[in-house]
Unconditional design. Structure first.
Length: 385
């Protein structure tokens, strides 16, 4: 019977207890002894830093960043020039090759057979040429003989020694020998043409046979392997991709408003994020056509040799567009604890660790975006937390 009254009493007691707890928390009793956010004071007994540095603003170039991709300056897709079955592939992705190294071997048996046929055809053509030479010699001898006899018969007919019938017989033999000589000459020309065709067929068969061994066209690295032994190689279908040695460049897009700030031969900084390094690129090509969808241009800059950089990696090309002031500190001045970054700063007669926000690295220095002011003195070395 007293249950509702009891519940009301308990509710009032719990509400009063919660109110007291909130008031006590706001007085700071639960956080007494904690360090305020933003700074971490060091014990007075700790020694002073070995090196100090006064932070001063520095003038840096204000750059527009164009994102791009590292590519090989020369890329070769290796494809077969004849249709044949692949019998062996001598390389794998990542292999370094030299010019004329054997890359792929194709089945050459059909091409050897065609070359043997072409060689036999050339031998037959040479025999035909020899026969044509003999035929023309015989035809010329008969022509010379009948021509001499015809001339004598003409002289004898003029002196009325022979009849006109004898002269006509000599003339007919002469004309027949003349036609035979012309026919022999035509046969010789045909034999020469057949011999030339057979030689060309033999040369073509030899070239096609050579195409069954695919060699590297240049020094470079094998980037991709697109076929395996047993596959059918078809002209125009890539089997391998080779990148030319260490010749790399970045291809980046920039907005059309910056076209007046880039020029061929210009040196520009290139950031390779994965390596945490910055290289100096030389602009070697500016594509003079904008993408109508993005209103951007393609700029290509040659890169120096750098260990660990490969085609396909991400990069940023920076184009100076002005100047700005920034605070830079040495890398060793920044201490990282998890995701937090602090710098040791002198506050009066003691040192404190100040939380900072860092920006991009520039060589052995890092830009400070927030947390430090010009004139602050920072310390490095000699202090151990």
């Amino acid at each position: 019977m007293h249950t509702p009254s009891l519940l009301r009493t308990l509710s009032m007691i719990l509400g009063l207890a919660a109110l007291v707890g909130i008031l006590v928390y706001q007085t700071g009793m639960f956080t007494r002894g904690r360090i305020k956010p933003g700074t971490t004071p060091l014990p007075a007994s700790i020694q002073t830093p070995e090196t100090t540095l006064t932070v001063t603003p520095q003038v840096l170039p204000l750059c527009y960043t164009g994102v791009g991709t590292i590519t090989a300056r020369t890329t070769a897709d290796i494809a077969a020039q004849v249709t044949a079955k692949i019998t062996a592939i001598k390389v794998h992705p990542g292999d370094r090759v030299k010019q004329d190294d054997i890359l792929v071997v194709l089945d050459n048996r059909p091409f050897k057979s065609r070359m043997d046929q072409a060689r036999q055809g050339l031998l037959a053509a040479e025999a035909m040429r020899s026969q044509a030479d003999q035929a023309i010699k015989a035809a010329r001898a008969r022509f010379d003989q009948t021509r001499s006899r015809y001339k004598r018969m003409q002289e004898m007919f003029a002196s009325r020694t022979i009849s006109s019938q004898d002269l006509e017989v000599a003339q007919a033999e002469y004309l027949q020998a003349q036609a035979g000589l012309e026919q022999a000459k035509q046969g010789l020309e045909a034999a020469k043409a057949q011999r030339n065709r057979s030689r060309k067929m033999l040369e073509e068969a030899a070239i096609n046979l050579g195409f069954t061994t695919i060699k590297a066209p240049m020094d470079g690295d094998v980037a991709r392997r697109l076929a395996d032994p047993g596959d059918l190689a078809v002209p125009g279908q890539p089997l391998l991709t080779i990148h030319a040695g260490e010749q790399l460049r970045i291809e980046a897009v920039i907005r059309e408003g910056l076209m007046g700030r880039v020029a061929l031969g210009q040196s520009v900084p290139v950031d390779i994020a994965s390596l945490n390094q910055t290289a100096t690129g030389i602009i070697e090509e500016i594509v003079p056509t904008a993408d109508p969808r993005t209103r951007t241009f393609m700029v290509k800059a040659a890169l120096p040799e750098m260990p660990g950089i490969y085609p396909g990696m991400f990069g940023r090309l920076r184009i100076p567009v002005g100047q700005r002031k920034a605070l830079l500190v040495p890398r060793q001045a920044i201490k990282r604890v998890g995701q937090l970054e602090t710098v040791l700063v002198r506050e009066g007669d003691h040192w404190e660790r100040i939380f900072v926000t860092t920006g991009p690295a520039m060589g052995d220095r890092i830009e400070i975006l927030s947390g430090l002011n010009p004139g602050d003195v920072i310390g490095m070395g000699g202090i151990h937390d």
